[in-house]
Design a protein around this ligand. Structure first.
Ligand code: ZN
Length: 429
């Protein structure tokens, strides 16, 4: 195998990726740029397009390079970006360096970190045995229906399973390296509806007011204490996010009242268990619940992988990293079914904002950190040997997860579409 080094550093590669507009869902040119970087470095590149409008088509890229028997280290990320919107100082898809910063949509979320990882591979010694793979989707910022899950299907079909996975999302807060995510909370939305009997306000005995019942349900929901947090997670929380009656008349008792709640939950719960819990409360007043699980929680307990990452961060930046589980869901929730996963990337202060920018020095530092992580991971082969049974279990887990996490949303008088898939244990009421 011929292995040429990446001729360009993280800065140059980031500029090339930013220059390819890739508003989610992404296809085409940005993947051409990615392939052009990886192929000369000895990677096999498998690109595929899946899905149809409105959630697709989406392009995904799986790339791998094996240089002998050793651990398999995977890097996961996305090449799609959120729409730039009007008001940028310079064109969002023309990378521009002003002062110490590189500006452009995707600079931190997350073309910059993908560029740093590719450049880091080019820095590795030639004699390192093992497999490096890149799991790159064009649909993380959008519906994510045809993104990482489709890539995991592709990997399962090839019986590819990494021993370790790093997701390059921008996890850093104030300084590069200050925060690494070792888990994320799960998320579930529920729509509670109560039917009553419409009638005249002056004749309440002929009507049945659903608002009174809904208020009692919501009061009970608000009083629920889900948990007090865990060693690694903050307490789960329930928020009432919408109330809807739509009654324009002051003298009419309405026939229907609905509310929406959103729960962010830690690994003491599952989406299904919370749905059952809220359903039981709603049932006491004759209410019904429909639900959509956006993601289950995941946790990679602090261990070999988090130590590998935080050591490399300290060696380059001198910073002691905080291991965190805060923030929204991410594609790591899917990948965590395959192997230990942590997330670490650039600072997130400007992500999704106007004039998104990355410090040029951060790109160089991240390249050095990723190179250290890679080199040490590939040298530590005894830590991460995976058995065939593990691989089979992972493939089954992917199939189960697809059932649980890829359903459409449910809505009652809202903009979301009717539910298509409640999963086997979540039949609609
Ligand atoms: Zn991102």
């Amino acid at each position: 195998m011929t292995m040429t080094r990446a001729n360009d550093d993280a800065l140059a590669l980031a500029q090339r990726l930013i220059a390819c507009p890739s508003v989610t869902p992404a296809t085409g040119a940005v993947f051409d740029a990615m392939e052009a970087m990886l192929k000369p470095m000895g990677f096999t590149v498998d690109r595929f397009v899946v899905g149809e409008a409105p959630d697709g088509p989406v392009e995904n890229l799986l790339a791998w390079r094996t240089t002998g028997k050793g651990p398999h280290f995977a890097f996961a990320g996305h090449l799609d970006v959120v729409p730039p919107g009007p008001g940028w100082t310079s064109d969002p898809f023309t990378p521009e360096i002003r002062g110490d910063l590189l500006y452009g949509r995707g600079a931190v979320d997350m073309k910059g970190s993908i560029a740093a990882f590719v450049a880091a591979i080019g820095d590795l010694p030639d004699d390192l045995p093992g497999t490096i793979s890149l799991i790159i989707t064009g649909d993380e910022e959008g519906p994510a229906v045809y993104g990482t899950l489709a890539l995991m299907d592709r990997m399962a079909a090839r019986e590819m399973r990494p021993d370790l996975c790093l997701v390059g999302e921008p996890t850093s807060s104030a300084r590069l390296g200050d925060v690494v995510k070792i888990g994320r909370r799960g998320s579930v939305n529920m729509w509670i509806s109560v039917r009553g009997v419409q009638g005249h306000v002056a004749y309440p005995h002929l009507a049945d007011n659903p608002i009174s019942k809904l208020v009692r349900i919501l009061s009970a929901v608000e009083a629920e204490v889900l948990d007090d947090g865990t060693d690694w997670f903050q307490p789960s929380n329930i928020e009432i996010t919408d109330l809807e009656v739509g009654n324009a008349a002051h003298n009419v008792i309405p026939g229907l009242a609905t509310a929406r709640i959103s729960i962010r939950f830690n690994d003491r719960h599952s989406g299904a268990s919370l749905i059952e819990r809220i359903r039981a409360i709603a049932a006491t007043e004759g209410g019904t619940v429909e639900a959509k699980i956006s993601g289950e929680p995941f946790l990679t307990e602090p261990g070999a992988l988090s130590t590998l990452v935080s050591d490399a961060i300290r060696d380059v930046t001198g910073i002691d990293t905080e291991l965190s589980t805060t923030g929204g869901t991410s594609d790591a929730r899917f990948l965590s079914r395959l192997c230990p996963v942590v997330e670490f990337g650039l600072t997130n202060a400007t992500m999704h904002k106007l004039d998104e920018a990355v410090a040029v020095q951060d790109l160089h530092d991240l390249q050095r950190i990723y190179a250290l992580i890679l080199e040490r991971a590939l040298r530590g082969e005894t830590l991460f040997a995976a058995s065939q049974n593990d691989i089979k279990r992972a493939i089954t887990a992917v199939a189960r997860m697809r059932d649980a996490d890829a359903g459409d949303a449910v809505g009652i008088g809202h903009s979301l579409k009717p539910v298509a898939d409640f999963g086997p244990d979540r039949a609609p009421p």
